[in-house]
Design a protein around this ligand. Structure first.
Ligand SMILES: O=C1C[C@@](O)(C(=O)O)C[C@@H](O)[C@@H]1O
Length: 691
């Protein structure tokens, strides 16, 4: 009887502590249930990769029944054929079941397992994208949350891709997504070819699953999964609402960060999807093409109220007949904000050319297009550059001077920032300037059109002309970004720190935050200042003990940090999970003996695992199958040795300054101009000259 009840229960609601890695806060614990990976024929190794990413040991088990509470902290692998027998009887409160299916084995996966598992991870073995797996598991287990960070951004955009097959988009994806905070896959516009040369009326789940997988492998942006119906400018048929549930629930299982649920769908379907959404967020969508919809009407209010019931974001999109309806929409927007301050954010625009003003004024998840897309997803859609151009013409985006202030080496940044500003249609000027004599930074800040600065090397956090500090800048004691808040006389400066976020993003590229929890780390640095952002980043991932070489931590970051005093003290330390060197280039080789000493062979908690193929990311940290330990070398410039090569030979997953700098640039751009430029674009566009 108990089993029956469990079988009927919906996927358990999101665990309470899901506030994942968001700006300035600690990684949340997320879902603490036992992770069970269902693996296909001869695919045991995927279990070890999940375990490695999560920083946990693993074991293979014969069935669900044999998994008990003593397995907490261990990733369990169960073969597909065994899992089928008792998946329906598993204790859902104790374990979370992930159906890991290698598409090279054929599609679709076993349909019963797909339906019964909590989540489904589709992957390719050649090439294998560890970063994709890492993001999938960190997201579905609630260790990271894009939404919480996005919702605090002053403006958010998503690109509506309209490709019949996302494969055609992949080569341009980095460029297409500049300025986007999320990417929408219009599932209804996908065209699945059939053997007879025609296309399927509705793309099959199998085709859609593969398309979502391909997209996620190539983008770090959250994915919005949309099945737009025929009445709302889409192609999904409306005669069978159950079909929507099937696709949209599967999107949740695939770990899509956002799922678009149309308001016309029966309430029962909308409610179920909302309750079962796990860590995905529901965008409740309403479109009106009748031309009779009125923003000031009671109907508009009730549509918002109905959408709010089962939506984390409410989207309302309509066709209008006159310019004044844009003003009516702005009034509606302000009313909603005032009346429902704690309600879901509203994303509302008017379609057609007449409605373009509203596309520029909407600040929440504005749909955008790009000239490289085959068609616009809706009439009147604009690109990020067009919206910024319009805002600039209306005086909503005043032209500013933005600076890189610092050493000569930071100059190539100017070319890159200019490239981004051009691509985004931002009116600003960017200039690299030498800091020169004491006080120069303040001189720049006092200029009338000062729009912010990136500072390298950073400034001490105590600058009288920078009255506000982010928590990170205050704790780290360093400002690397000056952000201007407000306009004119009411503007003020906020000192922030983007470097730690760049380091944290690097640390979590191939590992989930849980991999760092309570593990030891070693930091090498010539001084405490260079190491402070590293300590802060590691602390945000709940690292355990931190050992230092070359410096003693001071101030608010000193607790739990212990210097190595002798060779013996090094030998007493357990296997560290991370070694980060902030040594200057001429000293960076000094880390090499430590990397060798703690080489992979010494690790007790990670089994030797057969490697999967490389992830082909071309970053020099190429082995997509990491060994369970992370090394970062922050040295910038010609070095004596090659610590990255030594690290890789000794079994470390190694990253250089190009990785952390690219991630830091992403954060810097977000802080300075509020725009998202993906890491992959930074790597692509910065070429070799930048770092
Ligand atoms: O809901 C929306 C908004 C949209 O219809 C637009 O008007 O830009 C485009 C769609 O792709 C998206 O799902």
């Amino acid at each position: 009887m108990a089993t029956k009840q469990l079988q009927d229960a919906p996927t358990p609601a999101r665990p309470k502590s899901t506030n994942g890695v968001i700006n300035g806060t600690k990684a949340g614990t997320g879902d603490t249930r036992i992770v069970v990976i269902i693996y296909g024929l001869a695919q045991e190794k995927i279990v070890s990769v999940f375990a490695d990413v999560l920083g946990k040991p693993y074991r293979l088990a014969p069935n669900f029944q044999s998994v008990g509470s003593e397995d907490h902290g261990t990733v369990i692998g169960i073969a597909t054929s065994d899992a089928k027998v008792d998946i329906g009887m598993r204790n859902k409160m104790l374990m979370v079941a992930i159906n890991a299916h290698c598409v090279d084995l054929g599609m679709p996966p076993d349909v019963d397992l797909s339906a019964a598992a909590d989540y489904e991870f589709l992957y390719t073995q050649q090439p294998f994208f560890r970063r994709d797996l890492s993001r999938f598991i960190a997201f579905t287990l609630g260790q990271i949350s894009h939404h919480e960070a996005l919702i605090t951004k002053p403006r958010t955009y998503f690109i509506s891709t309209t490709f019949p097959d996302v494969r055609t988009a992949l080569s341009n994806l980095d460029i297409l997504s500049v300025g986007s905070d999320a990417v929408e896959i219009r599932v209804d516009l996908l065209k699945e070819p059939l053997p007879d040369g025609t296309y399927s009326a509705v793309p099959s789940l199998s085709y859609v699953g593969e398309q979502v997988m391909l997209l996620r492998q190539r983008t770090e942006l959250p994915i919005i999964f949309t099945t737009r119906c025929t009445r709302e400018n889409g192609r999904f048929p409306m005669d069978n609402p159950a079909l929507y549930y099937e696709y949209l629930y599967r999107a949740i299982q695939w770990g899509c960060e956002y799922v678009d649920v149309e308001i016309w769908l029966p309430e029962d379907i909308r409610r179920r999807l909302y309750e079962q959404r796990g860590n995905s967020r529901i965008i409740s969508a309403f479109h009106d093409f009748s031309g009779t919809f009125k923003w000031p009407s009671p109907a508009a209010q009730s549509i918002f109220l109905e959408s709010k019931k089962y939506g984390d974001i409410v989207k309302m999109i309509t066709i209008i007949n006159s310019m004044s309806e844009n003003y009516e929409l702005e009034y509606f927007r302000s009313q909603i904000k005032a009346n429902y301050p704690d309600g879901p954010p509203l994303s509302a625009v008017n379609m057609g050319q007449l409605g373009q003003l509203s596309r520029a004024l909407n600040t929440v998840f504005s749909p955008i297009t790009h000239p490289l897309l085959p068609i616009v997803a809706a009439p009147g859609q604009m690109s990020a550059a067009e919206i910024n151009g319009a805002l600039s013409t209306m005086g909503q985006l005043p032209k500013k001077n933005i600076y890189a202030i610092g050493s000569f080496r930071s100059t190539p940044q100017a070319t890159f920032f200019e490239k981004c500003f051009n691509e985004l249609g931002l009116p600003h000027n960017f200039a690299s300037v030498d800091r020169g004599v004491k006080g120069t930074v303040e001189t720049f800040c006092l200029q009338p059109n000062f729009g912010g600065a990136y500072i390298n090397p950073p400034l001490p956090a105590s600058q009288p002309y920078i009255p506000h500090l982010s928590d990170a800048a205050r704790t780290i004691g360093a400002i690397d970004t000056i952000v201007v808040r407000g306009e004119g006389n009411s503007s003020s400066f906020v000192g922030d720190n983007a470097t730690w976020k760049g380091i944290r993003a690097t640390l979590t590229r191939d590992f989930a935050p849980s991999a760092y929890k309570d593990r030891a780390a070693i930091i090498l640095s010539s001084n405490g200042e260079d190491a402070a952002s590293v300590i802060f980043a590691l602390r945000s991932l709940n690292i355990g003990k931190i050992y230092t070489v070359g410096f003693k931590a001071q101030g608010p970051l000193a607790s739990g940090v212990e210097p190595f005093t002798s060779i013996e003290s090094v030998q007493r330390v357990d296997q560290p999970f991370a070694i980060i060197s902030a040594l200057p280039p001429d000293k960076s080789h000094l880390v090499q003996p430590l990397l060798r000493h703690f080489s992979n062979g010494k690790s007790s908690s990670h089994q030797h695992l057969p490697g999967l193929a490389t992830n082909g990311n071309g970053n020099g940290n190429g082995n997509g199958f990491a060994k369970g330990k992370v090394f970062i070398d922050l040295a910038n410039g010609p070095r004596k040795g090659d610590p990255l090569a030594v690290a890789e030979q000794s079994g470390w997953t190694a990253y250089g300054v190009a990785d952390t700098s690219a991630f830091t640039t992403v954060e810097t751009l977000r802080l300075l101009v509020g725009q998202n430029v993906p890491y992959s674009f930074v790597r692509l566009a910065s070429g070799r000259g930048l770092y």
